[in-house]
Design a protein around this ligand. Structure first.
Ligand code: CA
Length: 368
């Protein structure tokens, strides 16, 4: 993102500073001041898949807008819209692709109908955690692949936060065996839904804002959402009795910023750099927020709300793992782009997992 200093000066600074910083002759002062160009400002819209200001997910786009406004000294203003304010939560991708808005914030697995490989940039069952997935994006070729997959849609994606390991979800009845998944109508996005289907369940797709009503009314039997921090915010504990872990289907879900390519390319280089850096800052900030808030919220759910928190039985977990392998093989066989991206994902995962076995995991098992 480096640029020649003279271009930086021309693009960024008002003429009087331009004279001082870029070595113009002193005699040009009056002419330059008289011809002072207006500072060009940009007003962008960002639509999201979340309720406005929702903890974590909905805070990230607001934080992004605040960072960009400050860093650009008001030259780039981004107005954030919650799901349904301009477009429904599941139409964010189309809105950014068509250019009716400049940006979106969502999760890549929502767009599996547009490009099956998109799911690999959100979360895959039993896949990489937050730390590993970010490493793949930034140092393992993942982001380049992501941009390639979104290029036909005129969208430039950026990692836009991570929830960390999620929870398996809220169930209205106990899950004691794989048979209990048969006929289970559960809201679960992406590949996790395909895995559930393989075990006889019925995956349902719906935006977060509709979950509480759907679960409470019995339209669905179970739902996953995110984790204690977000699940408590929706009051999901009031709609189902059992809270299962762990989030086998989403071990470190990446969120995404999407920028319309034409809009991005219309910006001067320094504003493009501000977008690049702000997305990275928000990416880290969201994970920090979840790490801090999830444990507090779980404490509240258990101690104040009396929630029954339990692990999924081992045989259920084993069946989910086996079904995941089959689903991933089927997806790769059906779509060459998915196959190529998954090859990169898996190669990176295998390497990082081997080291994390003796570093992160060993430390988790032994720490006090
Ligand atoms: Ca989730």
């Amino acid at each position: 993102m480096k640029m020649p200093f003279s271009r930086y000066c021309l693009g960024l600074l008002v003429p009087i500073l331009l004279l001082a910083g870029c070595g113009e002759k002193a005699g040009d002062t009056s002419t330059a001041a008289a011809a002072a160009p207006e500072v060009k400002t940009y007003e962008w819209k960002m639509v999201t898949s979340w309720p406005k200001n929702f903890p974590g997910l909905g805070r990230a786009p607001e934080t992004f807008a605040e960072y960009v406004n400050k860093m650009s000294n008001g030259r780039l203003k981004v107005k954030v819209y919650g799901a349904g304010e301009l477009v429904p939560g599941f139409e964010v991708f189309d809105a950014v692709s068509q250019g009716s808005v400049q940006m979106g914030h969502a999760a890549a697995y929502y767009w599996k109908g547009k490009a099956p490989a998109a799911q690999l940039f959100g979360a895959i069952p039993f896949g990489m955690n937050a730390q590993e997935l970010n490493a793949w994006f930034y140092y393992g070729g993942g982001l380049e692949l992501w941009r390639e997959v979104y290029a036909p849609f005129n969208i430039i994606p950026f990692p836009g936060g991570n929830t960390g390991v999620q929870m398996a979800g809220w169930f209205k009845k106990e899950i004691n065996s794989v048979d209990d998944l048969k006929g289970l109508k559960m809201r679960i996005p992406g590949l996790g839904g395909e895995v559930l289907k393989k075990l006889g369940g019925i995956p349902v797709s719906m935006p977060g804002g509709e979950l509480f009503t759907a679960l409470q009314s019995g339209a669905i039997d179970a739902t996953e959402w995110v984790g204690p921090y977000n699940d408590l915010a929706f009051g999901l504990n009031k709609a189902a009795d059992y809270y299962y872990y762990s989030g086998w289907h989403e071990a470190g879900t990446a969120l995404e910023f999407m920028v319309n390519k034409d809009a991005y390319e219309s910006l001067p280089k320094d504003l493009q750099a501000i977008i690049d850096v702000a997305t990275q800052a928000v990416d880290l900030d969201m994970l920090n927020e979840y790490t801090a808030r999830n444990n507090e919220a779980l404490d509240t759910l258990v101690k104040r709300e009396g929630v029954d928190v339990r692990p999924l039985p081992e045989d259920v977990m084993s069946a989910l793992k086996k079904a995941t392998k089959e689903v991933l093989a089927e997806q790769a066989a059906a779509d060459p782009v998915f196959a190529r991206v998954y090859e990169s994902y898996k190669a990176f995962y295998d390497r990082v997992k081997a080291y994390h076995q003796i570093s992160e995991l060993e430390y988790y098992l032994n720490r006090q």
